[in-house]
Design a protein. Structure first.
Length: 322
């Protein structure tokens, strides 16, 4: 069971969500917006599930749906640091939000790019006050760390969805999608020295959106929850077809769940690195779970969750959005 220093009293934890919405990213963003323990300072977008123009449009549409046009969106990298872009329309649909049926947003992204904003924000705000939540390929953060190494000491924590060990890969036999799209960026972040909590497939595959877990969300009957259930309950969910499960995995919202209720999660501090050369296992997260190397532990690797309790939290919070 994990514990972590959560904001004392009523002081919300200030977060920036770096994301490639993405159906599961969308649920993570909504969960964060519905949770008073968190203050979403900005959303930065990246190419991943779909091209960055679409992930940016989806982020703006989600903020409008939630009535949060006050939160700025910064468009980020259109491609990985060194590799050709890869996307996941086969999972999230051509729009990246299959089933959401959101109207085209009026909200537009800010004029500066994501990496520049991350640098400006982290240099401007007191050190240790901004937590970065990474839900897609880590290109934006890698660019910021490369251009401004001084921000390393200013980031409170990185909480990221990425990697896999026990579960194997979901885009190749060995690699999870976010790490596979930009393995060089993932390695830069893992080697940065910033405190990192990783939520890999090893935990997200234990939080399946089954009909029983979606039923209480559907019963709320709001625009938000109707959209969530349309997206998560679709018969052709990727993992449902691939693994024969009762539903799809819910990856990204677990990062927000960890920030809200770390006690629902368990894992181990260890060294995690990323393969950037070997063709057969490019993007694989190399997890030294049992310290068999002399590589310094650099991440909290989360590999279990009390899934029903997480879905109860998700349901309770989504009900707060109308
Ligand atoms: O492998 C799952 C991850 O890849 C999730 O973040 C999903 O949104 C996709 O980006
Ligand atoms: Ca994502």
């Amino acid at each position: 069971m994990m514990t972590q220093a959560s904001p004392t009293g009523s002081t919300p934890r200030r977060i920036v969500i770096d994301t490639d919405p993405g159906q599961d990213d969308a649920v993570a963003i909504l969960l964060a917006l519905a949770s008073p323990e968190l203050k979403v300072e900005a959303i930065t977008t990246v190419a991943g599930n779909v091209p960055v123009a679409l992930t940016t449009k989806n982020a703006c549409a989600l903020l409008e749906l939630a009535g949060r046009r006050d939160i700025p969106v910064f468009e980020g990298a259109a491609r990985p640091l060194h590799r050709a872009p890869i996307s996941a329309e086969h999972v999230h649909g051509e729009t990246g939000m299959a089933g959401a049926n959101l109207p085209p947003p009026k909200l537009r992204p800010q004029a500066i790019d994501a990496a520049t904003h991350l640098i400006d924000l982290l240099r401007r705000e007191p050190a240790g006050t901004i937590t970065l939540v990474c839900l897609g390929p880590m290109t934006n953060l890698a660019l910021a760390l490369t251009h401004a190494p001084d921000i390393v000491s200013r980031i409170a924590q990185i909480v990221a969805m990425g990697g896999a060990q026990r579960e194997g890969g979901n885009i190749t036999p060995t690699a999870e999608f976010n790490f596979f799209v930009d393995p060089h960026a993932a390695r830069i972040v893992m080697r940065s020295g910033v405190p990192i909590t990783l939520l890999p497939l090893d935990v997200t595959h234990r939080a399946i959106a089954t009909p029983a877990r979606l039923k209480p969300i559907a019963a709320i009957g709001s625009r938000v929850t109707d959209m969530v259930v349309r997206m998560l309950g679709a018969e052709d969910r990727f993992e449902k077809l691939k693994y024969g499960w009762e539903g799809g995995a819910l990856h990204d919202p677990l990062t927000i769940g960890f920030l809200l209720r770390p006690d629902l999660f368990s894992g181990r501090t260890c060294n995690v690195d990323v393969e950037v050369d070997a063709p057969l296992c490019l993007g694989q997260s190399i997890v030294d779970l049992w310290a068999v190397t002399d590589r310094v532990p650099n991440a909290l690797w989360i590999n279990d969750v009390q899934a029903d309790a997480f879905y109860s939290l998700l349901t309770e919070r989504l009900a707060l959005l109308d």
